[in-house]
Design a protein around this ligand. Structure first.
Ligand code: PDD
Length: 305
């Protein structure tokens, strides 16, 4: 059975799909992407993902020949064409700035290219959720005040894949970025939380990290269920003494951590708070899907300036 991708306005058999070699996404990673998960054909938090995408497209001055409804329609057609209407799918929405004109700066003349890929989802190993994963600290240190770019899901993802490679080399499943001052920021492909004395902590968005959709849902779940949650600077020494640690992303959901570098998480994994949040997250997914809600309340972006 052929796989179809949406590219340049139409559905094309994947082996025949082409992106121009002068596309700035290919040449320089000048583009943005969103990774979403569908549950039984329902794309979870689609509006929130599109809101984040269009926020970044606006801030980074992409011209926009299409709107959110156009993307939703293209996504629906891609899911239908690949017979994923009733299955769990891994979805990537990619927007590049367009064909390079010769000037590196943004100049207004570009026509962005939209690509949508939808595949049946290969879930993460069950053991990751029942026993936890290992994470390692990346050798890459981000500047303390970060940069105006880390809050955008940019195609130039090499730092992230470099860090993932470091984790893989150390038999870990995720890498964590720190600042030069050893503040914990985020995972190579996830947001990070830890629990200490029943309080949940996660680095604040002012630290220039990706405003994860899953991170936002977890924070709201904590607030709705009387679990104290604090968005505050987290130092490496805090997290290695945590009672519980977990990571979050759209595809993986909530994944408990059993070890960070050589520090083993003292208590049982997943811990009680992590388990409770995992259960509440699963309930929330079912609830939002059953009600056809794709944006959990109003997804808020903090200004990063
Ligand atoms: N991205 N931080 C980074 C650097 C990420 O790459 C990701 C997810 C997240 C989690 O964001 P969200 O909850 O919106 O999925 C945080 C990986 C590659 C992904 O796309 O699954």
């Amino acid at each position: 059975m052929f796989k179809y991708v949406f590219v340049s306005g139409k559905l094309v058999i994947e082996s025949k799909a082409k992106v121009p070699v002068r596309d700035r996404g290919f040449l320089y990673g000048d583009g943005l992407f969103e990774t979403l998960r569908s549950y039984g054909g329902y794309t979870f938090m689609l509006d929130a993902h599109l809101e984040r995408l269009f926020f970044s497209l606006k801030v980074l001055k992409y011209n926009l020949p299409f709107d959110k409804e156009y993307i939703k329609d293209a996504l629906r057609r891609t899911i239908d064409k690949n017979n994923l209407q009733k299955r769990d799918a891994y979805i990537k929405i990619i927007v590049t700035r367009g064909i390079h004109s010769g000037e590196l700066h943004f100049n207004g003349g570009y026509k962005p290219n939209l690509v949508i890929i939808a595949d049946s989802l290969t879930p993460y190993p069950e053991v990751d959720y029942t026993k936890g994963i290992n994470i390692t600290t990346s050798s890459i240190r981000r500047p303390v005040m970060g940069s105006p770019l880390y809050c955008h899901k940019l195609l130039n993802y090499f730092e992230n894949i470099f860090a993932k490679n470091e984790a893989h080399y150390n038999e870990a499943q995720e890498a964590v970025f720190l600042t030069r001052d050893h503040l914990v920021l985020e995972g190579a492909s996830s947001n990070i939380f830890f629990v200490k004395r029943n309080i949940v902590y996660t680095p604040p968005l002012t630290q220039n990290i990706l405003p994860g959709i899953t991170r936002e849902v977890v924070i709201r779940i904590c607030r709705e269920n009387g679990i104290e949650v604090k968005q505050k600077n987290v130092h490496y020494r805090d997290i290695i003494n945590a009672d519980e640690i977990f990571k979050t992303s759209s595809i993986a959901g909530i994944v408990p951590v059993k070890k960070i570098d050589r520090f083993v998480v003292a208590r049982k994994v997943p811990g009680n708070i992590t388990l409770k949040i995992m259960k509440l997250y699963g309930n929330k997914v079912e609830y939002l899907i059953s009600r056809g809600i794709s944006c959990y309340n109003k997804y808020k972006f903090l200004s990063f300036r």
